[in-house]
Design a protein around this ligand. Structure first.
Ligand code: MD3
Ligand code: FE
Length: 228
């Protein structure tokens, strides 16, 4: 019988819940740099800069700044409500395409018969946090969310289906990938804090998290098997 040790948020956590896959260091240092450079260059070229969303009820500015890649992008907006749109709210430009390396990652880990439609790009400075929440705005509830962490470490908190369910914490590092599928897709989760200065990957410091999402229900199955 395994000895149960208290988990302090460092290293590989024991007994992960169903549908939760943790792939530590899925991207090595060189791959992290190449991916981040490509993402930041694409955002720059597209004219779709990071912006702070606002909370639905209070209008308070989110400490996390966001932008998107892909045909659809998620926005938090007090007046319009949270949801997916095709264009940047300020510049009106379409989001840049999702880089090939991220489409390849989705193919390998998402176990879903269609491509992701959105890649939310979240930027955390030294003081940013993300309150415990559930991702509700996707129709394709059967598709996993795939997350890539880049830059400074984050203390990630995973709860249960109900607010107030017990939570556990994990320290996510640059290059780590997390897949939230099955019943884990509807768990509460958030980011309690960033560990500034751990990494020099992100220009000016901080953390960037990429989350790949399928938003709409696919009309037909991609890559069908055709006999004969
Ligand atoms: C667990 N992002 O973008 S990524 C988000 O680090 C978001 O930026 C966090 O929560 C971040 O919505 C966490 C990992 C993640 C993403 C979606 C989940 C964990 C999840 C959905 C269900 C359960
Ligand atoms: Fe989320």
């Amino acid at each position: 019988m395994a000895l149960e040790l208290p988990f302090d948020g460092a290293g590989v956590p024991p007994d992960l819940p169903p549908g939760f896959q943790y792939l530590p260091q899925r991207f090595d240092a060189a791959a992290q740099k190449a991916l981040l450079d490509e993402v930041l260059a694409a955002i720059d070229a597209a004219g779709t800069p990071f912006a702070h969303g606002t909370m639905p009820r209070t209008g308070a500015r989110l400490s996390v700044a966001g932008t998107n890649l892909g045909p659809l992008g998620w926005l938090a907006d007090q007046r319009k409500g949270n949801g997916y749109v095709r264009h940047h709210p300020e510049t009106g430009r379409p989001w840049a395409p999702i880089p090939a390396a991220l489409l390849a990652l989705w193919d390998e880990v998402a176990d879903y018969p269609a491509e992701p439609e959105a890649c939310l790009v979240n930027y955390y400075d030294a003081k940013a946090k993300l309150a415990l929440h559930v991702d509700w705005d996707e129709e394709a509830t059967d598709a996993a969310v795939v997350s890539v962490s880049l830059g400074d470490d984050a203390l990630f908190r995973l709860g249960g289906p109900r607010r107030g369910d017990p939570t556990r914490s994990m320290r996510l590092k640059s290059g780590d990938v997390v897949v939230l599928g099955g019943p884990s897709r509807r768990r509460h989760h958030g980011v309690d804090r960033i560990y500034p200065g751990v990494s020099d990957l992100v220009p000016g410091g901080g953390r960037i998290n990429l989350t790949l999402r399928r938003v709409t229900i696919p009309r037909i199955l991609a890559k069908p098997f055709i006999s004969g």
